[in-house]
Design a protein around this ligand. Structure first.
Ligand code: ZN
Length: 594
């Protein structure tokens, strides 16, 4: 018996050694890798919309079920990557960013549990502020990447630049890059100690480093940046291009797959890089509605000792997948905490308001934001856009969850010093993004997206706005008209201040704007009012400490009863034309799920 046990032990030892001797220097003859990307999850952790208070069909709970299913297939290895922007956009993350900070951040528990192999930092992750993202960087079990976010002191990447993964001797490098446009959107405090580099420049440098020091078999780009490099009047040559993912894939040879994010578009395209090799450009949409998956088949060529690669991409919808029950169970206590938080009643609102009305003229939805901005910012004039495309607040009790409809982003509120002429130019710029030039009463009022022939692109009779809705600002505190017959840049007539006092183009005013706008976002202050980007900071008279939604909540709590009203301080002329066009355009305006 003893002998038998001895021989058995020796056998086990021998067998183990045999198994081990296949690795690590010996490389697999053949390997199938599935690389799964999530991106722009925006807090969609559980299959429940806490803002609208109803179940949803997609979240990380579905993604986890899908990933586990793929992992169960032992003929392949699975790599799970996240491409940023998970920390903003849902009460689930807001709560653990700012309300409950004494425990492990929910996002760290969730992503560690799911077994992510690497992630890239997104601009909305930076937006959460140093206390949040510094804490998460340390709490994640996987590297959080951004090669082009440079520590101003050490001149080295603030996060990790890249990571190496190894499967049966196959070496996979993942390089992370973040959109470098962050200083145009976020207050300097939020990204203090960092500077951002051009994505193409950074990729050139790091691909060299990776090739030399790691000699990978597969090089993956994980870029939190979009694909359309012409977005917001940019060009391929524009330094620090916001959406340089395609440019990097083309201009920096070496990548096999480039995963993109930030634009929420969904991409699956084989492109040729400048060295004549194929690169798969692949990206998911947002809120875990789908994942992007690259299937990589590697065959070792005896002659060259290199792998021959066959790479295909697909976008996999999550809607039909049953959420993973262990996941749901594990994160239910956190979910219940947030559910309780958003159910807190704040006051009562006297009438139903809808963000959709704000696209066609002065509306109660935006005027409510203006009213709070003017008070909180101690300002004379206020600018805002509707920050959601299609949300409603119903008359009656108003809860914390409703504030996520009224004010979607975690912007600070700035009060800035602006001249009368700058205010007018700002409005001209915004009207140029917003309204078409009407040459007859039957023309459209809104500026819809068009194709190369100038025809409006429609799908099922619906059309998309040409410019992001959150850049369509109107003003409060002044009385003005927008004449849509006149060319862009000559449409605004400012009649007076709201109280009838004269408006002076040569005077300066205290103007309330959100921090996205105040730092140059949308270009209203830079391209519109022609204030140089580097001088914007000098114009800030005061800033809130916390995000503006926090003060909005307080404001409603204190007032208890909110009576939204349309101030009618601006109108579109000719009015009859606008009224007519409004009827058609209201039916056409696409509801943007982003
Ligand atoms: Zn995003």
């Amino acid at each position: 018996m003893k002998n038998a046990y001895f021989f058995f032990s020796v056998f086990i030892l021998f067998a183990t050694q045999l198994l081990l001797s296949c690795s690590p220097d010996e490389r697999a003859q053949q390997l199938q890798i599935k690389i799964i990307e999530t991106s722009d999850v925006h807090g969609a952790i559980m299959p429940y919309d806490l803002v609208e208070d109803k179940a949803t069909k997609s979240s990380l709970a579905q993604v986890h079920a899908f990933v586990e299913q793929e992992r169960a297939n032992k003929n392949q290895v699975v790599v799970l990557l996240d491409n940023g922007d998970i920390l903003q956009g849902d009460p689930m993350v807001y709560f653990f960013n700012y309300q409950r900070t004494d425990t492990l951040h929910l996002v760290a528990s969730v992503m560690n549990y799911m077994g992510y192999d690497a992630g890239t930092v997104g601009n909305h992750d930076i937006e959460a502020g140093h206390p949040v993202y510094d804490r998460l960087r340390d709490a994640f079990d996987f590297p959080w990447l951004a090669a082009n976010a440079i520590d101003t002191k050490s001149k080295k990447p603030y996060f990790k630049p890249y990571t190496m993964l190894e499967y049966q001797g196959v070496k996979v490098a993942v390089l992370g890059l973040i959109t470098p446009a962050i200083p145009k959107w976020l207050p300097p405090d939020i990204w203090s100690g960092m500077e951002f580099q051009d994505m193409i420049e950074s990729a050139k440098y790091w691909v060299e480093v990776i090739k030399k020091t790691e000699n990978p078999d597969l090089l993956i780009g994980l870029f939190h940046a979009g694909v359309d490099y012409t977005y917001a009047q940019q060009q391929a040559e524009t330094p620090m291009n916001e959406n340089a993912s395609r440019l990097v894939a083309e201009q920096v040879p070496g990548f096999d797959v480039v995963f993109v994010g930030h634009d929420h578009e969904g991409w699956n395209e084989q492109i040729d890089n400048w060295a004549g090799h194929k690169v798969l450009l692949l990206g998911t949409t947002s809120r875990a509605r789908d994942v992007a998956m690259a299937s990589v088949d590697l065959q070792l060529s005896k002659a060259t000792n290199h792998y021959q690669k066959t790479i295909t991409g697909e976008i996999v919808e999550m809607a039909d997948i049953v959420p993973d029950s262990a996941f749901i169970q594990k994160f239910s206590p956190a979910f219940r905490q947030v559910q309780k938080y958003v159910a807190e009643p704040l006051g009562t609102i006297s009438q139903t308001i809808s963000s959709r009305e704000s696209f066609f003229g002065d509306a109660a939805f935006t005027d409510l934001i203006h009213q709070a901005q003017l008070e909180q910012g101690e300002a004379e004039i206020s600018f805002t856009a509707p920050l959601t495309m299609d949300r409603q607040l119903e008359a009656g009790p108003i809860y914390v969850r409703d504030l996520f409809k009224l004010y979607r982003f975690e912007n600070l509120l700035y009060t800035m010093k602006l001249g009368g002429q700058e205010i007018k130019d700002y409005l001209e710029y915004s009207a140029g993004l917003w309204f078409a030039t009407m040459t007859s009463p039957n023309d459209h009022l809104l500026l819809f997206a068009t194709d190369s022939t100038g025809a409006i692109i429609t799908r099922n009779g619906k059309a998309r706005l040409k410019n992001p809705f959150y850049n369509l600002d109107d003003a409060e505190g002044i009385i003005y008209t927008i004449d849509v017959r006149r060319p862009v840049g000559t449409r605004i007539d400012i009649i007076s201040l709201a109280d009838g006092a004269p408006f002076d183009l040569n005077k300066t005013y205290r103007v309330a704007v959100n921090s996205y706008r105040g730092n140059g976002g949308g270009g209203h202050l830079t391209a519109g009012a022609r204030i140089p980007q580097e001088l914007l900071q000098d114009r800030i008279l005061q800033s809130t400490e916390k995000d503006f939604r926090f003060y909005l909540m307080q404001w409603i709590r204190e007032n208890e009863f909110v009576e939204p009203r349309v101030t009618n301080n601006w109108k579109i002329v000719p009015e009859s034309w606008a009224e007519n066009a409004k009827k058609t355009d209201q039916k056409m305006l696409f509801e943007d799920a982003k």
